[in-house]
Design a protein around this ligand. Sequence first.
Ligand code: ATP
Ligand code: FE
Length: 356
Amino acid sequence: VTILGLESSCDDTAAAIVRHCDGAAPEILSSVVLGQTDLHEAFGGVVPEIAARAHTEKLDLCVEQALADANVTLDQLDAIAVTAGPGLIGGVLAGVMLAKGLAAGTGLPLIGVNHLAGHALTPRLTDGASFPYLMLLVSGGHSQFLIAHGIDDFTRLGGTIDDAPGEAFDKTAKLLALPQPGGPSVEAEAKSGDPTRFSLPRPLLDRPGCDMSFSGLKTALLRERDRLVEAHGGLRVQDRADLCAGFQAAVTDVLAEKSRRALSEYIASNPFDPVFAVAGGVSANMQIRAALETVSKEFGARFLAPPLALCTDNAAMIAWAGIERLRAGLTDDMTLAARPRWPLDQQSPAMLGSGK
Ligand code: ATP
Ligand code: FE
């Protein structure tokens, strides 16, 4: 099967073609991602109205490019998959409308995909992971431990009670006048920093369970920054690097320790060949990946982390989730709705509609 995937739930406009033939590994024939960072830069964050308009303007182009890169025509496709939520509603709507138009025009099945399921099923696309596996989904808007039992069946073990780590990286970058998205720029700065100079908090480590918190970290960082600015009339190069290194180390420690708790809970009921997978934009961070890999080893679990381009938002993961849903007979019709909120441990509209 060959599927076109569309993604427009945040500030990346993306289209991709993924093909999967029986007995072979899935192939990403093309994956086009057009970012919008430049459009939102002046506002210090993603502006929903601007994002929606940019998606509407760029989606057609993205699809044309994805088809051309893959050397595939519309009539060679088996279905159209699109992110139907969660996300900024204007952008999600833009994608869903285009997908409906394409499905109506070609007569192909339409498949609505949960963006988070796209991230969470990525280990199956990249490494052929089989169910069940333990998953840490860490992105711009989310941070949660999930047990993936099936394409539509996720149990949440715990997650952040306030900010997501990606959001914390972005806010840290903003506080330190570094470019957005914050993850890559903070990671780059941290390379020349001393992670031990500032003692930043590791929230909730004293509490049992897998819940996390990252907002206190940002407040502590702000305090240190203001102290430095007051003392020296501005941030010196080394101060900034040390703050970034300290922040990244704190996030890494929290994620690593909470992963230990999630792994021990998971392995207690799934002792055979346990797999721990990460996905989402923050899993592109090399220090975090290394720490999580070490934790996996402590527990004898196999560690899976997607290539960097498949950690952050892309449409290949949406096309892949579409392939999985098509195989399971879970297609949608023209009543497919764009959903601003759509928790992963809640059944999808197709499942609900079919009365299962
Ligand atoms: P969600 O998937 O929760 O709806 P999103 O789609 O905006 O949110 P992703 O695209 O998965 O999130 O991830 C983007 C986030 O990942 C941003 O907050 C960005 O700062 C962060 N990020 C990207 N690269 C890195 C990195 N190298 N280190 C840390 N964070 C990173
Ligand atoms: Fe995402």
